[in-house]
Write a protein that binds this ligand. Structure first.
Ligand SMILES: [Zn+2]
Length: 314
């Protein structure tokens, strides 16, 4: 399985347009030891020809242009002028930084989008601009994911890409833009998923950009993976409150923090098999600073902190 990390930041990116936190400020003035990042986006492929997106970030247009594998092929007698190696997308949640990129994939391009019934309902019933993805038959084909079920990733023509997916429900956190009446009609287990992708050779990738809580069942699943892309949004529970003076805790925003007694560093210390990589890192997170103690602590615990442009094969 080929994996490309096109973006690694949380919503807003790094730096964020309206943020003057210590990280964003020092990145702008050139004194920061660390890298800027676009909003989290991963692409996977088995054969290097059909690619599937994990989520669809608001930075997707630039991320595609920065990744030659995702460019349209040279037109010929058999190859049309307008086409794309991007075959589809798997949606783990309905957060804006995870789904806005779908709107950039209009232009009458055929795609399969894998999503739970609740996520599809939020997008297509309540947000009329998503009708741009349904202008012609078979433009975007929505494939319903049942949490826990296994399914193959098919290209728009229906051919098996070789990659198979399974999802686990991770929490009942729907985005703030979903109205209370709509929320009451949705299935909480369909709100936020962890996605496991398996290649024909049995290699496994786990993708979990938003993890509100962890249970023993999920932890056990993680140990059978080869690579883990995990929620690195916040360093601490009260990170936003400390920086802004008000706001929500990490938990209220649907994320377990990296540090603290119930944070991912400690909870996942027992998960030893996979290569462990943090993604979806918020611009306020001190572990972005490569000169800081938090960065050192994470690296010494065996974790990596994803950067835009990383590519690897598993
Ligand atoms: Zn900031």
């Amino acid at each position: 399985m080929q994996v490309r990390i096109l973006g690694s930041a949380a919503g807003g990116g790094f730096p964020q347009w309206n943020c003057a936190c210590p990280n964003c400020r020092s990145l702008r003035d050139g004194s920061f030891r660390g890298k800027p990042r676009t909003q989290t986006q991963v692409a996977i492929s088995h054969d290097g020809r059909s690619w599937f997106l994990l989520g669809a970030s608001p930075d997707l247009r630039a991320q595609i242009e920065a990744t030659s594998e995702l460019h349209p092929r040279v037109p010929s007698v058999e190859v049309a002028l307008r086409q794309s190696p991007i075959a589809g997308a798997v949606l783990a949640n309905a957060d804006l930084d995870h789904i806005l990129g779908l709107l950039l994939l209009r232009e009458l391009q055929s795609l399969r989008v894998y999503a739970t019934k609740s996520i599809r309902r939020i997008l297509t019933k309540d947000n009329s601009m998503f009708a741009m993805l349904q202008r012609i038959p078979n433009q975007v084909m929505w494939i319903e994911i049942m949490p826990g079920a296994q399914f193959p990733l098919l290209d728009p023509a229906g051919e098996d890409s070789g990659l198979h997916c399974r999802t686990v429900p991770l929490g009942s956190h729907f985005p703030a833009y979903v109205s209370a009446p709509r929320r009451s009609q949705l299935a909480p287990l369909e709100a936020s998923l962890g996605v496991f992708i398996e290649s024909p050779s049995g290699k496994r990738l786990a993708y979990m950009p938003a993890v509100p809580r962890l249970n023993d069942f999920v932890l056990k699943q993680l140990d059978s993976c080869d690579v883990l892309l995990f929620d690195g949004t916040f360093w601490s529970h009260d990170e936003m409150i400390c920086i802004l003076g008000s706001g929500q805790t990490a938990h209220e925003m649907g994320h377990i923090p990296v540090s603290s007694a119930d944070g991912s560093l400690i909870r996942l210390a027992q998960v030893r098999h996979p290569r462990k990589i943090y993604v979806h890192i918020n611009n306020t997170n001190p572990m972005l600073n490569e000169a800081g103690p938090e960065y050192r602590q994470v690296r010494e615990a065996g974790w990596e902190i994803a950067e835009d442009g990383w590519r690897f094969e598993i």
